[in-house]
Design a protein around this ligand. Structure first.
Ligand SMILES: [Zn+2]
Length: 129
């Protein structure tokens, strides 16, 4: 999957909308406190409000201009866990499994299971292995 970034046009429009102030107020579900700091040289980051990993939306309404501090906070504390969780749920729903997990003896996906009394049985039939 390719990651698409905002077009230069969208970035210019977002920058004009921000009036030079960090736009963390546009993302109230992530930021409880708004910094109101000025954007500066090498301190301007164009951020997807809904993470790119969830919804491929590169329109102006999904773009916020953030300072480095706010951008880092949103990426590490919000985007990464949310995207990882969505991936896990999607994998489970679609039956995507790590082949290594199935090889672990006694693991949940192994055909053998160890009972609480220590006896090892075949998972499907319950017979002694
Ligand atoms: Zn901010």
């Amino acid at each position: 999957m390719t990651r698409l970034n905002f077009t230069t046009d969208t970035q210019r429009q977002a920058l004009a909308r921000s009036k030079g102030i960090c736009e963390c107020h546009l993302i109230p579900h992530v930021f409880k406190v708004f910094c109101g700091l000025p954007l500066g040289n090498a301190n301007t980051f164009f951020e997807h409000i809904d993470p790119d990993g969830l919804r491929k939306d590169n329109s102006l309404s999904n773009c916020a201009v953030l300072t480095r501090t706010c951008w880092k906070f949103k990426t590490h504390r919000f985007d990464q866990p949310v995207v990882a969780r969505a991936k896990r749920i999607s994998d489970k729903h679609n039956g995507v499994k790590d082949p290594w997990r199935q090889q672990l003896p006694g693991g949940r996906d192994s055909f053998l299971k160890k009972k609480i009394n220590g006896r090892v049985v075949i998972r499907a039939t319950g017979e002694r292995a």
